[in-house]
Design a protein around this ligand. Structure first.
Ligand SMILES: [Zn+2]
Ligand SMILES: [Zn+2]
Length: 458
């Protein structure tokens, strides 16, 4: 019977964009949700996946990692469909709890400051309720899904951030491999994704495409970019300035702090104070707790080596912080308005002896991208209700310390797995277009956008 093996894949978010990742798999009357994110640039209900496409409760939800573009809407989903059980890796369980409670705090602040009616999308109690239905699993330990006949899932080390996973789903008559966000090479603390074994049979591969449009020549190696970043930071602090590294709270912050500490210990960066912002510190504690998941030779520094930044929304505090040479690692990585990195940058750009160094993905519509590409003397506002300031600072640069695999590595994943179907997600339209044109390699290929369904044969 055709219905036994036919499976459909619907994009609720994260198709043709790096957005609110959320995908629905339907087969034989069952329904699985993979990831339930919020859109990093959108606000209110617009930041949610298209949950209106769900007409009944999913059987189960699987979350690949704790970045909010993959887990930020889970409390909303579970409130809508009480009782839905969710599966994650053991570290993601702890990190996601912190990230979701932080999201409530951020949304509440935005609601107060700007009166966005939909915010917060959920409350702390909703996070608590959703988390009670979450189960943490070890890597490479298949577990049964509440689906008859037999179906199982397994998390595999994604190498992207602590706890990140690819998901192997063995469904009745159909195997799906969802890469999630992956990084193929070692970073400062994480060892990269686990190799895909020979002979793994996969019907459908769902692959991230973040770097699909980034030419290989522009992809620098991690060690060479670490060295270049170290030299840039050293130059700024030797000249009496402050170096700001805007970083995602989960992943980049812990990596960059340990890079800086190592370069200070080896004399490559002067021994000036290093500061880290709030959520990045909270997640750092979990890196400490799950040290076994890091590279064996990763010497995770004690968190108290790094100072707290204080209330930088107060311009005098931000100005005081940068009045002496120091290094600051602060969220958000894309420097969204009103975040600590934006508030510190607002003071830094008024002078020309500092340095701002981006290290991660920068969406073209974000403040960080605009600042990186601003002309000297441009006038920019760093937060709602804040007066625009003149950008005198010219030392604004970008370093490729990405935690996402370059497209050559994504291509190798497809070549290794040789799936029957490949579905490209999690990328800007040009990235996805390049991937589909150059890497499908004889597989049936799909690039669905939000609301589109792909029907897959086994
Ligand atoms: Zn991620
Ligand atoms: Zn992502």
């Amino acid at each position: 019977m055709e219905g036994d093996t036919a499976i459909s894949f619907t994009v609720l978010g994260g198709g043709g964009e790096v957005g609110a990742n959320c995908f629905q798999l339907c087969f034989g009357g069952h329904q699985i949700i993979i990831d339930a994110g919020t859109h990093p640039k959108k606000e209110g209900r617009d930041a949610l996946p298209e949950f209106s496409l769900l007409n009944r409760a999913p059987d189960v939800a699987l979350i690949s990692h704790a970045h909010v573009d993959h887990c930020g809407s889970l409390p909303y989903l579970v409130r809508q469909f009480p009782g839905v059980k969710t599966h994650v890796t053991t570290p993601t369980f702890r990190i996601m709890d912190r990230m979701l409670h932080n999201s409530v705090a951020v949304m509440t602040t935005i609601a107060r400051e700007r009166g966005i009616a939909d915010y917060p999308l959920y409350e702390h109690e909703d996070v608590g309720y959703a988390m009670r239905g979450v189960k943490g699993h070890a890597y490479n330990a298949p577990f049964r899904l509440p689906i008859e006949p037999f179906a199982e899932a397994e998390f595999r080390m994604g190498g992207h951030v602590l706890g990140s996973a690819s998901i192997l789903l063995k469904l009745p008559g159909h195997t799906v491999y969802y890469t999630g966000d992956i990084c193929d090479t070692p970073q400062e603390l994480l060892g990269g994704m686990q190799p895909i074994e020979d002979g793994l049979e996969v019907d459908t591969l769902v692959i991230e495409s973040t770097h699909g449009a980034t030419e290989e020549a522009r992809v620098k190696t991690y060690p060479s970019e670490v060295e270049r970043l170290g030299e840039s930071i050293a130059r700024v602090v030797r000249g009496g300035g402050t170096a700001l590294v805007p970083s995602f709270a989960l992943g980049r912050t812990q990596e960059v702090l340990n890079i800086i500490a190592r370069l200070q210990d080896t004399g490559k960066i002067p021994d000036v104070p290093v500061y880290a912002s709030g959520l990045g510190r909270a997640i750092y504690e979990l890196y400490n707790r799950f040290e076994d998941y890091l590279l064996p030779n990763a010497h995770l520094q004690p968190l108290d080596r790094f100072g707290k930044i204080g209330n930088v929304w107060e311009p005098t505090i931000a100005a005081e912080l940068i009045s002496r040479p120091c290094i600051i690692v602060a969220t958000s990585g894309m420097m969204l308005e009103n975040t600590p990195s934006a508030m510190i940058a607002q003071e830094m750009v008024k002078q020309n002896h500092h340095g701002i160094f981006f290290v991660g993905y920068l969406d073209h519509e974000t403040l960080g991208y605009k600042l990186l590409h601003s002309e000297p003397g441009a006038s920019m506002s760093f937060g709602l209700g804040r007066e625009p300031v003149e950008v005198k600072l010219q030392n604004i640069d970008r370093f490729h310390l990405s935690a996402h695999a370059p497209r050559a590595a994504l291509t190798r994943v497809i070549e290794k797995i040789k799936p029957k179907n490949v579905i490209y997600v999690h990328g800007d339209p040009d990235a996805i277009a390049w991937m589909q044109q150059h890497t499908a390699n004889g597989c049936r290929s799909y690039a669905p956008v939000i609301g589109q369904t792909v029907t897959l044969g086994a």
